[in-house]
Design a protein around this ligand. Structure first.
Ligand code: PLP
Length: 231
């Protein structure tokens, strides 16, 4: 079932790329596996998935220990500064950097462990109160400040679009993130290589692709609905 789901998502990714003249190789699928057991992740792995997204440090570390070592782990959830040390040498890309203080902590821990950490700056383009992320206005400034820190490299931007009835409603937010990305490229900031736009989830990834997404983050569309246990 999981493998059929991935095949289905890949087909829709290809169709979306074709519809806007993009090369399908330029968009990568991150299997968002939060709350799901490693057996399910292994099904996706056996199909060929190597990019997995998690939103909690402890869960990412647990799965990192149990899963094959050629996986690229993406931290996509809000990251607390006191937990940075557990993941700097395990993650391939941190999508959720939204403050200078967090970036400073990542840089500090990266220097300690002698690694370079790739990050994306999370922008709350829709200005939702409930969401993390820097504002569109502050994004460029934040990028300029983070770029000065050692052992951290900014690869692009990420956004979490609002929950909407129709995916088209999010098009303007994806377009806005792309615009900020282009503005930053034009500034030619040292240590910044704007290559990645992480945007689009199960319900709106096709729209995100036509607006320039290079990473889409799909959970439900691959692994099914998530069950959260309340305690
Ligand atoms: C959970 C999550 C996703 C995946 O959401 P689905 O709607 O299940 O595809 C994507 N991005 C982030 C940041 C998430 O937390």
């Amino acid at each position: 079932m999981i493998q059929d789901n991935i095949r289905h998502v890949e087909e829709k990714m290809r169709a979306a790329c074709e519809s806007c003249g993009r090369n399908a190789r330029d968009v990568r699928l991150i299997a968002v596996s939060k709350t799901k057991p490693v057996e399910m992740l292994m099904e996706a792995y056996d199909y060929g998935c190597r990019d997995f997204g998690e939103n909690k440090v402890q869960e990412l570390v647990d799965k990192y220990e149990q899963m094959p070592k050629d996986i690229r782990w993406h931290m996509i959830g809000h990251l607390q500064r006191n937990k940075v040390k557990y993941i700097v040498d395990k993650v391939y890309l941190i999508h959720s950097v939204d403050s200078l203080r967090l970036a400073e902590e990542i840089s500090k821990e990266a220097v300690k462990k002698n690694v370079t950490v790739s990050i994306l700056v999370e922008v709350n383009v829709a200005e939702e109160e409930s969401k993390f992320g820097t504002t569109s206005e502050e994004a460029v400034l934040l990028v300029e400040e983070i770029a000065k820190l050692p052992n951290i490299i900014i690869k692009g931007l990420m956004t979490i679009a609002p929950y909407v009835e129709a995916a088209e409603e999010n098009r303007l937010y994806f377009a806005k993130l792309k615009q900020i990305y282009v503005d930053i490229i034009h500034k030619n900031i040292d240590n910044v290589s704007m290559e990645e736009l992480s945007m689009g989830m199960t319900d709106d990834y096709e729209v995100a692709i036509t607006e320039g997404a290079t990473y889409i983050r799909v959970g439900t569309g691959i692994f099914g609905e998530r069950q959260y246990h309340t305690v």
